[in-house]
Design a protein around this ligand. Structure first.
Ligand code: PLP
Length: 411
């Protein structure tokens, strides 16, 4: 099926996505004139291959990474030798400078270790810092690997639901306190939080640090979304707090969400001491590959030179958030707390009475992420990092999904 009248008669890789053209002037062509990702092995676009379902699910963007990153990649390709590669000298320094510039956090580059992905980093902490049957506490709803990784490592996950109100997702401190047992070893924090887009404020982080300290938990803070705060509220790295729990914490970051580099497999862990740095790779047990040289080059360039592009992206994502919130508000029964960060919109569909919102959306030609995977049936998650006209069409289909006309009759 032809999607949004895109011309598929020529080589799709060479085509520009026609749906993005119209709005190019309003937001800059960097975010509207997007390559066609079909037939490129894109996980996002392959999922509903040949079906008229707009894929607004997995968290990557349809935008080209900025030229400053592409130039660095080209330069590394022109070098022509791609042997086994350690982190080049500029990698840790570029990240440390980025963290200092953007978040006011001063990090010793010697305590940065590279890792092929943040998910992989989480998995390593489960093996490195907890024993078999130990418990890892985390807030739900949450990015699915937070729930699936601990059992894969023989550890237990202890989900603590965030409290939902009309305007915010907050911590239920009583529930959190009640979740601790003598087997609790780690707290996996997702900050900013995926899928709700919550940015935890300083007072909240300090209370979490007190909690972790009281129970001798190590906090692992996944801050992969930290460069995409949409409002004035700053991102405060958990490990930057002046607190004993912060000095023991591990932080995971990557350039992949912000500059659309997920396919290059390059992330970093900031650890509290040299010993942990050394043990990190060994904990991979021979299963974790080295990072590829292109990933290193791209990450370093993104951190060093990518900020102007990041700011433009945020301006677009703010507009997309407003569009999505308006569309949600127009459908009776749909609600959503406005995300403070990320390009994700976490929608509560339970008020519509539709039993399977994911199925209803797919029947209406929209492919969100299913809340069930995040531990939250009745919710869906929309990814707004696509050209504006495509988002607008997706929001029209969202509305259709809950008006009844496109609902599957088998429910
Ligand atoms: C909170 C969070 N952590 C980690 C990841 C994935 O990280 P990586 O691709 O580096 O493994 C994602 C991707 O969406 C995410 O949302």
């Amino acid at each position: 099926m032809i999607l949004l009248n895109l011309d598929t008669t020529q080589n799709p890789r060479l085509q520009r996505n026609a749906v993005g053209m119209k709005d190019a002037l309003s937001r800059g062509s960097a975010f509207q004139d997007c390559p066609d990702r079909r037939e490129t092995g894109s996980e996002k676009w392959d999922r509903w291959h040949q079906r008229d379902i707009l894929p607004l699910w997995v968290a990557d963007m349809d935008f080209r990474t900025p030229d400053v990153v592409l130039d660095a990649i080209r330069e590394r390709v022109d070098h022509g030798v791609f042997g086994y590669t350690n982190a080049p000298p500029g990698f840790s320094v570029a990240l440390a400078e980025h963290l200092s510039r953007l978040h006011g956090w001063s990090v010793n580059p010697d305590l940065i270790t590279s890792t092929p992905g943040v998910v992989n980093g989480l998995a390593i902490t489960a093996r490195l810092l907890a024993q078999s049957d130990d418990e890892i506490i985390t807030f739900t709803p949450v990015y699915p690997p937070f729930l699936t990784l601990p059992p894969l490592a023989g550890r237990r996950v202890v989900p603590v639901p965030l409290a939902q109100s009309a305007s915010a997702w907050t911590i239920d401190w009583d529930l959190l306190a009640a979740s601790v047992t003598p087997r609790s070893k780690l707290f996996w924090l997702c900050h900013p939080h995926n899928p709700t887009g919550t940015v935890f404020a300083r007072e909240t982080l300090v209370s979490l640090a007190d909690f972790a300290d009281r129970h001798r938990l190590t906090v692992v803070s996944d801050e992969i979304w930290s460069d995409l705060n949409l409002d004035e509220q700053p991102h405060i790295p958990f490990a930057s707090l002046d607190h004993p729990a912060a000095r023991r914490a591990i932080t995971l970051v990557a350039p992949s969400k912000t500059w659309n580099l997920a396919g290059l497999g390059c992330a970093a862990a900031i650890v509290p001491d040299q010993m942990l740095c050394r043990n990190w790779r060994a904990a991979g047990g021979g299963l974790v590959p080295m990072i590829n040289p292109i990933g290193y080059a791209a990450a370093e360039a993104a951190w060093r030179y990518g900020d102007p592009w990041r700011r433009d992206l945020i301006a677009l994502l703010r507009q997309h958030r407003a569009d999505a919130m308006a569309a949600v508000a127009a459908v009776p029964g749909l609600t959503c707390v406005a995300p403070q960060a990320t390009y994700l919109i976490w929608i509560d569909c339970r008020g519509t009475g539709v039993v399977d919102p994911q199925a209803a959306c797919e029947a209406a030609g929209l492919g969100p992420s299913d809340g069930r995977e995040f531990g939250a049936p009745g919710f869906i998650r929309l990814n707004t990092a696509c050209p504006t006209p495509l988002l607008q069409e997706a929001l029209r289909r969202l509305s259709n999904a809950f008006t009844g006309s496109h609902e599957p009759t088998s429910r």
